[in-house]
Design a protein around this ligand. Structure first.
Ligand SMILES: *Cc1c(COP(=O)(O)O)cnc(C)c1O
Length: 377
C-alpha cells in the first residue's frame, strides 16, 4: 500500500493539443498579452453558449468581482449567497464594499435555500449569487422569479457548471449574469482564467473596460492589434484581462469538452453513483448525470464518520476534499449571532471523492472498495 500511486482528487487534463496551442502563441504569434487568441476564445464561447457577450478575465474570482462591480454596489448593500461555497464568492462581494449575507442550503443539492434567503432580505439587498455546487443549479427557475419579485440582480457562480444542461439549455446560455472559472481543475481550464457572460450591453461594456484598468475601449483596440497610448479612464479597474497563452489553452480545451471530458466525467460519476448507492450512512446527490457535467463528486457521510473515513482514504493513498468550509465561520466573515445549523451539519458530512477525466477504472474501483470496506466494518 505504501508505495501505491496516489489517487488524485482532481487534475488538469493536458495533451499535445494544449502544447501545440501554446507553442503557436510563443513561436508564431509572439504576443503574449490580450490579443487575437482571447478574441477567438471569446467568439468560440459566445457561439458555444449562444450568448450576446462573453468577457474573459484571468480568474473566476475576477469574473465575480467585476460582475458585482458592474452592478454599482455601494457600501452596506447586501448580496445573498450560500455560506457553503468557495471563499472567492464572499471575497468578491466584500471587496466591493457590499456585505455577503450568508444563507442556508438545501441539503440534497447544497444549493441556496430560497426560504432562508427570503428571511434575510432587507431594503439593502441588491443581488443574489446562486452557486452551482457540484454542477447542480438547484431551484434556478425559482431563483429568477424570487429575484424579479424582489428587484434583485442574479449573478450565477457557474464555476462548477461549464457544459451543464438545465431544462434543455446550457448554463450560461440564459439568465442575468453568469460567471465561469477556467482554473487548473475546472471542467475546462486555461491554466487560470474566467469569463463573465451576459446579454446586458451596459454590464458588458463596463466589464470590458474594468478588466483593463478602466481604460475606455481598450479591448476593441487590442483586438485590432493596436494599443491605445492616449486614452481616458472613467472608472476604477483592475489588471484582470486574459492573456493569449491562457486563451490558446482554453481554445484547445473547449474543443475537447463535448466529446471527451463531458462523457468521461458523466460516466465516472454515474459509476460511483451505482456502486455507492444503498450503503447505509452514505447519502448521494441526485442521479442527474445525463444533464450535468460533474466537476466534483461529493457524498454525505452520516454517523460522525466523515473525518475517520477521510483519514482512512488518505492512509490508502486516496486524496479527498471537503467542499467547503462554511464562510460564515471564517474570521473575516463571522458574526457571533449567526448560526446556520443546516449548513454546519451538512458541512460536517461532506466528503469529495476523486473525479477527473484521467481517473482510471482501477483507481475508481479502489476508491469504491475502500469506502465500502470502511463503511461495512
Ligand atoms: C473555482 C471557483 C471559483 C473561483 O474561480 P478561480 O478561477 O479559481 O478564481 C469560484 N467559485 C467556485 C464555486 C469555484 O469552484
Amino acid at each position: 500500500m505504501k508505495n501505491a500511486k496516489k489517487i488524485r482528487l482532481s487534475k488538469s487534463i493536458l495533451g499535445m493539443q494544449e502544447v501545440n496551442a501554446v507553442k503557436d502563441v510563443l513561436l508564431n504569434d509572439g504576443y503574449l498579452g490580450m490579443g487575437k487568441y482571447v478574441r477567438d476564445f471569446e467568439d468560440q464561447l459566445r457561439s458555444y453558449l449562444n450568448r450576446k457577450h462573453v468577457i474573459c478575465v484571468n480568474s473566476g474570482t475576477a469574473a465575480l468581482h467585476l460582475a458585482l462591480m458592474a452592478l454599482g454596489l455601494k457600501e452596506n448593500d447586501e448580496v445573498l449567497v450560500q455560506s457553503l461555497t468557495f471563499v472567492s464568492c464572499f471575497q468578491a462581494i466584500s471587496v466591493t464594499g457590499a456585505v455577503p449575507v450568508a444563507c442556508e442550503i438545501i441539503p440534497e443539492t447544497c444549493t441556496i435555500d430560497l426560504n432562508d434567503a427570503q428571511r434575510r432580505i432587507t431594503k439593502n439587498t441588491k443581488a443574489i449569487m446562486p452557486v452551482h455546487y457540484a454542477s447542480r443549479v438547484g431551484e434556478l427557475d425559482k431563483i429568477f422569479k424570487f429575484a424579479k419579485k424582489n428587484n434583485l440582480r442574479v449573478i450565477e457562480d457557474a464555476a462548477h457548471a461549464f457544459g451543464t444542461i438545465y431544462k434543455g439549455k446550457k448554463v450560461g446560455s440564459f439568465g442575468d449574469i453568469s460567471c465561469f472559472s477556467f482554473d487548473g481543475i475546472k471542467n475546462i481550464t486555461c491554466g487560470e482564467g474566467g469569463a463573465v457572460v451576459t446579454d446586458d450591453d451596459k454590464i458588458a461594456e463596463f466589464i470590458m473596460d474594468a478588466r483593463l484598468l478602466g481604460v475606455k475601449k481598450d479591448t476593441a483596440k487590442r483586438y485590432q492589434g493596436l494599443r491605445s497610448w492616449e486614452f481616458d479612464v472613467t472608472c476604477h479597474g483592475y489588471r484582470y484581462h486574459m492573456s493569449n497563452i491562457f486563451a490558446a489553452i482554453g481554445l484547445a480545451q473547449l474543443k475537447r469538452l463535448e466529446k471527451e471530458f463531458k462523457p468521461k466525467r458523466q460516466e465516472l460519476a454515474k459509476y460511483y453513483h451505482c456502486a455507492l448507492n444503498g450503503i447505509p450512512e452514505i447519502i448521494l446527490f441526485p442521479d442527474d448525470y445525463k444533464e450535468i457535467v460533474p466537476h466534483i463528486f461529493p457524498i454525505r457521510v452520516l454517523g460522525k464518520k466523515r473525518d475517520v473515513l477521510r483519514q482512512y482514504l488518505c492512509d490508502n493513498n486516496i486524496e479527498c476534499g471537503v467542499h467547503y468550509y462554511p464562510n460564515h465561520l471564517l474570521t473575516l466573515f463571522t458574526s457571533k449571532s449567526l448560526k446556520l445549523s443546516v449548513t454546519e451539519k451538512v458541512y460536517s458530512q461532506l466528503l469529495t471523492l476523486p473525479l477527473h477525466p484521467d481517473l482510471s477504472k482501477d483507481e475508481q474501483d479502489k476508491v469504491i472498495m475502500c469506502v465500502k470496506n470502511f463503511m461495512e466494518r
